[in-house]
Ligand binder design. Structure first.
Ligand SMILES: Nc1ncnc2c1ncn2[C@@H]1O[C@H](COP(=O)(O)OP(=O)(O)OP(=O)(O)O)[C@@H](O)[C@H]1O
Length: 368
């Protein structure tokens, strides 16, 4: 029997699962209850966020919790990502659009975007990336397909490019860099709306949008034009970048787009020989800003030559070194982003109405 809120009391099995998961994720039991169902001695947990890499640990912990109560059950885990509420009508096939922004250039926004996208995919989501950085589109370089162009069958819609199980589109595939860099606000935001709406996206849980750096009119208009579900702000620890990140947070607040949290990039340098951490720029800048704005610090990435090398090589770090500790840090950040979205952004009322099915052949790695 499935447990429903109407029945008098959850079974002992279900109660044990709810208690365990509520402790594990530090969320109210009421919130966890809808994730859990019991059917003929099997508990199925359907997470509204991605965390596939953690399932073996959760399974082991939950089995132990059940054993401690002299209970046993089959356990099964699934993911089902909901669409978060937006102020504008959603884009066909896209459940959530997440902007990755920074107050100033060069803090690692594009590197964070691409690695976040692959990390979300490895944790079990269908993901796309859209490079809206008109001043320096770098997604084509990071995916290693600078020479490619999106195909079109009707001259109205573009097929996104595919690389390493990810769909992507970029201003860089469409317009020479020197042309886009001189666009003024209206043209830039029109281009962003067009590229989002005229791309034949397959069904995606998350579309990551690499925004142009800064918090001027162009970025503000772009944030208003697109049905963003939420934003993530990237900063480096030093004072100046932090001051700029504050402007980024304020910009999204102004247009009522929830900021899920901060990512501190180049937080520290870790010696490859002895493991000692040097806080090259400043220590705890991201933490202090997160505290001030009551936002979570979603991740803290080291200054590491491998991050730079992979960003420039066309082979993303998470694809070529999925088992490295650095990739783990990105996956931890991706789980935090997905968790924050699921637990803090209200679910869209017309859930699923914009999901029409894949218009192109798409085999994300998650479906294998
Ligand atoms: N954690 C890191 N460790 C080492 N190098 C990094 C790290 N993050 C980013 N970089 C490097 O720093 C440079 C700037 O990064 P990136 O292009 O991602 O920044 P950005 O904020 O998107 O810049 P822009 O303002 O041009 O859009 C790149 O050469 C990138 O490879």
């Amino acid at each position: 029997m499935f447990f429903s809120r109407k029945s008098s009391k959850p079974s002992a099995l279900l109660q044990c699962a709810v208690d365990y998961l509520s402790n594990y994720f530090v969320v109210d039991k009421d919130e966890v209850l809808p994730w859990c169902a019991e059917n003929q001695g099997t508990i199925t947990v359907t997470f509204p966020f991605v965390n596939q890499s953690q399932w073996p640990f959760i399974e082991a912990g939950l089995t132990e919790a059940l054993n401690n109560k002299n209970l046993s059950a089959g356990l099964s885990f699934k993911t089902s990502i909901h669409s978060g509420q937006t102020t504008k009508p959603p884009v066909t096939n896209i459940r959530n659009i997440i902007a990755v922004a920074s107050g100033k250039g060069g803090v690692g926004k594009s590197t964070t975007s691409i690695n976040l996208a692959f990390a979300l995919m490895q944790e079990g989501a269908r993901v796309g990336i859209l490079d809206a950085d008109i001043y320096g589109p770098s997604v084509p370089i990071m995916l290693g397909n600078t020479g490619e162009r999106p195909a079109t069958a009707d001259n109205k819609h573009m097929q996104p490019l595919q690389a390493h199980g990810m769909v992507a589109n970029s201003i860089g595939y469409l317009v020479p860099a020197e042309d886009a860099a001189i666009w003024r606000g209206p043209m830039a935001s029109k281009a962003l709306s067009q590229i989002i709406n005229e791309t034949l996206w397959p069904v995606l849980d998350y579309l990551i949008v690499d925004m142009p750096p800064g918090t001027g009119d162009i970025q503000l208009t772009m944030a208003q034009q697109v049905p963003l579900t939420a934003a993530v702000v990237v900063t480096t620890p030093q004072d100046l970048a932090i001051a700029d990140a504050q402007k980024g947070i304020a910009m999204f607040n102004k247009v009522n787009i929830p900021v899920l949290g901060l990512v501190e990039n180049m937080s520290f340098y870790q010696c490859t020989e002895c493991g000692h951490k040097d806080y090259v720029f400043a220590k705890d800048g991201g933490n202090l800003l997160a505290e001030r704005y009551n936002l979570p610090l979603l991740g803290a990435l080291p200054l590491d030559v491998r991050i730079r090398e992979h960003a420039g090589s066309g082979e993303p770090l998470l694809v070529s070194e999925p088992d490295s500790p650095l990739s783990d840090v990105y996956r931890e950040m991706a789980r935090a982003v997905s968790f924050e979205l699921a637990t803090t952004v209200p679910v869209a009322a017309d859930q699923g109405r914009n999901i029409k099915g894949d218009p192109i052949a798409f085999n994300p790695l998650t479906d294998s």
